[in-house]
Design a protein around this ligand. Structure first.
Ligand SMILES: [Zn+2]
Length: 120
């Protein structure tokens, strides 16, 4: 069982890297709002720049949320952060509870939903 889990963890590495990268983009866009808005407010033509920064930020936010929503779990094949219409950027898959760092962690002794571990 442990050997099988380790093999699966190695197979999950590319997909989990992709999920982590998309999560990083999302948090970067969210955190970029405040400094970008502060720079825009310092501008002499601040009304225009605040509008430009806000619209640009919204476009980036929609794009990065969509990328994070569409990331597929390597274990169960479902959307990692989406359950129905709900987007929840938790660190575990919302369907099979695979951790986003499962490839870096020790194999789980008793995965929450072992029924997914052999699904291809
Ligand atoms: Zn999953």
């Amino acid at each position: 069982m442990t050997e099988n889990t380790q093999t699966n963890s190695a197979e999950y590495i590319p997909a989990l890297k992709k999920i982590r990268k998309r999560r990083l983009y999302l948090w970067f866009v969210i955190l970029a709002y405040l400094p970008a808005m502060m720079v825009a407010l310092e501008s002499p033509d601040y009304k225009t720049w605040v509008t430009v920064v806000f619209v640009t930020w919204i476009v980036f936010l929609i794009f990065t949320v969509a990328l994070a929503c569409l990331a597929r779990c390597p274990r169960c094949g479902e959307c990692f952060h989406t359950h129905g219409p709900t987007f929840l950027p938790f660190r575990r898959c919302l369907h099979c509870a695979l951790h986003v760092n499962a490839d870096k962690r020790a194999p789980e002794e008793d995965p929450p939903n072992a029924k997914y571990t052999n699904k291809k």
